[in-house]
Design a protein around this ligand. Structure first.
Ligand SMILES: Cc1cc2nc3c(=O)[nH]c(=O)nc-3n(C[C@H](O)[C@H](O)[C@H](O)COP(=O)(O)OP(=O)(O)OC[C@H]3O[C@@H](n4cnc5c(N)ncnc54)[C@H](O)[C@@H]3O)c2cc1C
Ligand SMILES: NC(=O)c1ccc[n+]([C@@H]2O[C@H](COP(=O)([O-])OP(=O)(O)OC[C@H]3O[C@@H](n4cnc5c(N)ncnc54)[C@H](OP(=O)(O)O)[C@@H]3O)[C@@H](O)[C@H]2O)c1
Length: 585
């Protein structure tokens, strides 16, 4: 392949947006001095040589795969490096833990539903369940890679060891990426880098917080090492930390262990995947209308309403689960079985651990549990970028300064973005996609970043908002409001649905967009990347939600006749009430 430097700014197609703003202005200047042009590739519309930026994608998990596709959609040339032997990242279960890659237990099922977490123009097969076992997720990613022919862009068993600024970075924005395969190192120059290395592979294991742990004679390990319950038959187990991992593991072990104790400092709301009327929780929760209500109504009222809703299933205080500070919306647990395992006594909830002895654990409330065989620390993860110098991205106690959770704060050129380092109250998968769509357009100069001062202010403002909504804990440093976040990026891309316009032109669709789930297809209705099937996809969302569960069809006639009976009954009662009121007056 022959590459040559080009002396003027070229564009992929006529009529694309002009560059404005500080960073983009610099980017244009740099491109004027060195844009890579492949002579064999002429843009069909203009007959001019095409700009082809070389982009390194680090990791072939959910974020890496969609980043490769977004690069291709924008006419960029991706090379993806994946340290393991296959795609899927976290969603590829292996019986052994692999260094540097997230490790899941055999039974992991998604806690976000298929309609919400699919890539926007690649829905899950209709017959897939709403919440998916990890093997089904991997199957989906394999289908995705096949459909868009992505495999040829991925180099497996290749670890990215370092990403350094090229000596000419301040003018070119280029990076030197050093990789290692079979012990041999290689350095390649790229025009841009997408960091998609995940944030669930480095365990947070704060043993120093647990006095006496060194005297404990039983086994202890981090939840990352947990694979299944086979080895725990008849054992007395304590699970420390009640995030989704801790709750899942406690419930699973409670079927084989003699007794399971689940220790939590703060407690948590527990939600069922099966939410209102049996629909997936996120389908009901992540609607534009609900989001608008949550962000518009007085905070105290929202907190009151949330507590009421969460306690409608069971009273959290009676189960020892009530969050310590319910003003902050910690990521809920999604666990349909936890209350049942507690009420049957298989799982006993305990407060924070204060001390370990050789065989027992003491808790904050003065109680203790004896003869403990195993302690599993489900204390979460920390994120890091071992291949990047601290001058580029600095992480301290899971705190990081990225513009829109993507761009490092102090880069002279916006040519390195982090994808997937985000914790939305919704799926990470579709959030990664919107990030990748936006970043690739920033790389191309079609979307612009504000000047450095405005970037700094925005980062600070977002940190303050996150602090007030989600609290100061290390698990919530990258938490965002799902719809708000996506709308911000898609406004820039130009693919946010124009609801006001739709209300006049297509009110039925507008209704679905306002009151229905905010599914990824909403961002394919208009603008760059418009997908002709997006409207149909939105209109048929509920059919696909029902398809995998409605496997024994109940005659609709029976249900409608019942509705008529209830309807008429209701009207009669209303008429009777009115009559009584009028009679009394
Ligand atoms: C148990 C569990 C369940 C979850 N369930 C959900 C869910 O239901 N819904 C949801 O939205 N989110 C969920 N998440 C969050 C999860 O992080 C995302 O769903 C998603 O998998 C993240 O994808 P990713 O590509 O960003 O990271 P990963 O899937 O972790 O992929 C990162 C890839 O980068 C590779 N890599 C890392 N470093 C290097 C390097 N130096 N060189 C080369 N390759 C490298 C790794 O090998 C890996 O393949 C869950 C997390 C956990 C831990
Ligand atoms: N699909 C699924 O079903 C599924 C399953 C597992 C995980 N996940 C996802 O994976 C991500 C990671 O989940 P996770 O549960 O592994 O981690 P997590 O959400 O970060 O939870 C870790 C928990 O550990 C506790 N903790 C941390 N430090 C502690 C200390 N020093 N002492 C006592 N407790 C401590 C915290 O408890 P307190 O809150 O009490 O402070 C926290 O809730 C989450 O986004 C989660 O949703 C999804």
């Amino acid at each position: 392949m022959h590459w040559e430097e080009e002396g003027e700014l070229r564009r992929t197609s006529a009529g694309e947006a002009t560059h404005e703003g500080n960073w983009t202005h610099n980017l244009s200047e740099s491109r004027q001095t060195r844009i890579l042009v492949r002579h064999s590739g002429l843009a069909a519309s203009t007959g001019r040589p095409q700009i082809i930026m070389k982009v390194a994608v680090i990791g072939a998990g959910n974020s890496g795969l969609i980043s490769i596709k977004c690069c291709l959609d924008e006419g960029l040339e991706p090379t993806c490096y994946e340290r393991s032997e296959d795609i899927g990242g976290l969603w590829r279960f292996t019986p052994e833990v692999e260094s540097g890659r997230a490790s899941i237990y055999e039974s992991v099922v998604t806690n976000t539903s298929k309609e919400m977490m699919c890539y926007s123009d690649f829905p899950f097969p209709e017959n897939f369940p709403n919440f998916l076992h990890n093997s089904k997720m991997l199957e989906y990613y394999k289908k995705f890679v096949e459909k868009f022919d992505l495999l040829k862009y991925i180099q497996f068993q290749t670890i990215v060891r370092s990403v350094k600024k090229h000596p000419s970075f301040s003018s070119t924005g280029q990076w030197e990426v050093t990789t290692e395969k079979n012990g041999k190192q290689d350095t390649t120059i790229f025009d841009a880098v997408l960091v998609c290395s995940g944030h669930h592979s480095d365990p947070y294991y704060p043993l120093e917080d647990f006095p006496g742990i060194n005297t404990f004679k039983g086994e202890h390990f981090h939840s990352r090492e947990y694979k299944n319950s086979k080895a725990f038959n008849g054992k007395r187990v304590v699970v420390v930390g009640m995030g989704n991992s801790g709750a899942d593991i406690a419930v699973e072990l409670s079927r084989t262990a003699a007794q399971v104790f689940l220790s939590t400092r703060r407690g948590s709301w527990v939600m069922s995947r099966v939410f209102e009327h049996g629909y997936p929780w996120d389908i009901c929760f992540d609607t534009r209308f609900q989001n608008w209500l949550r962000n518009t109504l007085p905070t105290s009222f929202v907190i009151w309403l949330t507590e009421k809703k969460m306690n409608a299933w069971f009273d959290h205080a009676n189960f020892g689960l009530q969050p310590r500070d319910s003003t902050q919306f910690k990521e809920p647990l999604f666990n349909d079985e936890l209350p049942s395992r507690i009420t049957c006594g298989y799982v006993v909830v305990k407060p924070d651990v204060t001390e370990f002895t050789e065989t027992s654990l003491k808790f904050e409330d003065g109680t203790s549990v004896e003869n403990i065989d195993v302690v599993i620390f489900a204390t979460g993860y920390r994120f890091s970028f071992p291949f990047l110098d601290e001058s580029i991205i600095k992480v301290k106690d899971n705190k990081i300064s990225l513009y829109r959770n993507i761009f490092p704060e102090n880069l002279e050129k916006p040519t390195l973005g982090v994808i997937g380092l985000i914790q939305p109250l919704g799926p990470i998968m579709s959030s990664s996609e919107i990030q990748a769509r936006w970043v690739t357009r920033v790389f191309k100069g079609l979307c612009t970043l504000p000047p450095p001062d405005a970037i700094r202010k925005d980062i600070e403002k977002k940190k303050e908002i996150a602090m007030s909504r989600f609290g100061p804990r290390r698990e919530h440093t990258i938490q965002v409001d799902y719809i708000e976040y996506l709308d911000e990026l898609t406004t820039d891309i130009g693919c946010k649905p124009n609801i006001l316009e739709l209300l006049t032109k297509d009110p039925v669709l507008a209704f679905k967009i306002i009151f229905g789930p905010c599914t990824p297809a909403q961002f394919r209705l208009t603008g760059p990347g418009k997908w002709p099937i997006a409207r149909k996809q939105i209109m048929t969302t509920w059919d696909r939600i029902m398809k995998p569960t409605k496997t024994r069809v109940v005659k609709s006639q029976d249900r409608s006749s019942m509705s008529v009976i209830f309807g008429v009954g209701g009207l009669c009662i209303l008429a009777l009430l009115l009559a009584v009121i009028m009679y009394k007056n």
